[in-house]
Structures are given as C-alpha cells and as structure tokens.
Ligand binder design. Structure first.
Ligand code: ZN
Ligand code: ZN
Length: 289
C-alpha cells in the first residue's frame, strides 16, 4: 500500500520518478555552470529549506498522496476503460468498410505508432488544458494547480481530484483509440517504442529536465521554443498575468496554431501565498484568473 502511494516516485513512465529528479538537477547544474556568477543564486535557493518546507509545497505533497490514495481506494479500472474504448474504436472503423491494408512493417510500424500516439497525447493534453482555462467550472478545478506560490517538481501533481480523473479519461481515450485503430489497420496491437518500461519520447522528455517546468530555474530553449515548450515557458503559464499563454506540454505548435504561444524573456509573478486547501478543494473561487 505504501509503495503504491508513492508510485509517482517509482514509475519511470511518470515525470516525478526519482531518476528524473536527478537528471533535472544535473540539467539545472549545467545551466547554472554556464554562467555561474549570474546564476548560482538560483541553485542555492533550490537547495534551501524555505524552498522545500512551505505551505504551498506541503499542499502539493498532500494532493499527490491524496489523489493517489483516492485512486487506489476507488480502484477505478482504467485498463478496462481503455480496452472498452479500443473495442468501440474497432467497431467504429469496421462500420466504414473492410480492413485497409497498410504497407508498413517491422520497425516502421513501431516508429509510426510511437509518433501517432505522441502527437495525439500531446494535442489532447493541450486541448484539455485550454478548456480548463476557458470554462468557469473547469477553471475552478484547474485553479488549484495555479494556486501554487512555490513551484517544485511535486507541483505537477498539485491537481484537484476531478482534474486527475479528467486527465485519466483523456489518456484512456487516446490510448484506446490508438489500440483500436491499430487492430483495424494492421490486424494486431502495435506498441510504442519503449525503453525502461515507458514510451521512448516520455523518457527523453523527462530526462532532459521536464521537472524544471515546476521550479524557479528559468531554463529556456532559445530558438527551439518555437518547437518545444521550455521550463521557462511553463513557469510563465503559472504567472498570475501570463497564464493565457503556453498551455502546451511538449510541442509548442499547438500554442502557435491557436495564438497562445509566448517566448523570449517572460516576467511572471506567482500567487503571493497558497490559499487554504479545503477551500480550494470545495471549488471556491480565489481572486485571480
Ligand atoms: Zn493552466
Ligand atoms: Zn504547471
């Protein structure tokens, strides 16, 4: 049970796996070393007690454990839901006619499947994140994530339980749809390219410092930000006045296509202090949007 509660620290498919904490710290160290005199202060505050022991970070931890505990207790059969969506997708494709013959085999199947899953996963994350800001009820749920007054890697799990459920349903829809389509077009269940038990792109994204998105290290990708959302861009999304930008997870193209992309030096301001957690869980509005 205890191990299950801390699964987010032990599962390589999750950004919060302890290995990615270490790799993100190494990225931060390299970033600071590049211009040590100017940047060493960022690294020192990363190691300070105040950064880790404050109301906002404790709330992150309570939510991470609380959401995980709730999911274990409810025992929601996510795998069955994904399977059900896969079968419904297969039935849906069958209504369109006979099985299409796709002339790709071997490694190309894996490469194409990995790419399609990655694109659908990323665009669906963008879409869900964007609607969470757009509609009042969804915003009341999502604002809990934005109410962090300190960003640490655990802030990625600072989610209202209802938001966790919505993201799980989104994941089941994407993976179920891809599995059902694979059965229809290929005649078998294709798999993404996996390393260490997780999709290769998830591993690459996480190793390259994904945890710095929820930190105060303004790590920018420079010109590459036109393609990939950097930690600095996501930090700006947490800003009280800059949160209408950079909704993306990995790719920046969705933000660019939908006019929500911002790059360059972004000054942002986090909420001054975290509101009481119970109030936020009860979907009370807090005075910023
Ligand atoms: Zn947001
Ligand atoms: Zn965030």
């Amino acid at each position: 049970m205890i191990e299950s509660l801390f699964e987010w620290l032990l599962d390589p498919a999750k950004r919060t796996h302890y290995g990615y904490w270490i790799s993100s710290f190494l990225v931060a160290l390299t970033w600071a070393g590049w211009s040590w005199n100017k940047r060493k202060g960022y690294l020192q505050s990363l190691l300070s007690t105040n950064y880790w022991c404050n109301k906002s970070t404790w709330q992150d931890l309570v939510l991470a454990l609380g959401n995980r505990g709730l999911f274990i207790l409810l025992g929601i059969p996510w795998l069955l839901l994904t399977l059900d969506i896969a079968l419904s997708t297969l039935d849906g494709w069958r209504l369109t006619g006979s099985v299409q013959e796709v002339l790709i085999t071997g490694p190309w199947v894996v490469a194409c499947y990995t790419l399609v899953v990655f694109l659908l996963d990323d665009v669906s994350r963008y879409g869900l994140h964007r609607v969470m800001h757009k509609f009042d009820f969804l915003w009341r749920i999502h604002q809990l994530h934005h109410s962090a007054s300190t960003l640490t890697p655990i802030t990625t799990l600072r989610l209202h339980p209802l938001e966790s459920v919505l993201y799980q349903i989104r994941g089941s829809l994407v993976h179920g749809f891809c599995a059902g389509s694979s059965f229809f077009f290929l005649g078998f269940q294709a798999h993404s390219w996996e390393v260490w038990g997780a999709s290769a792109w998830v591993i690459a994204f996480n190793i390259l410092g994904a945890n710095l998105r929820h930190s105060h290290i303004p790590f920018s990708y420079g010109r590459l930000e036109a393609l990939l959302i950097s930690p600095a861009q996501h930090q700006a999304h947490h800003g009280v006045r800059t949160m209408k930008h950079n909704y993306g997870s990995v790719l920046a193209i969705w933000d660019r296509l939908c006019n929500s992309w911002r790059s360059g030096k972004l000054d942002y301001q986090l909420p001054k202090q975290a509101q009481p957690l119970v109030k936020q869980l009860l979907l009370q509005t807090i005075p910023f949007k």
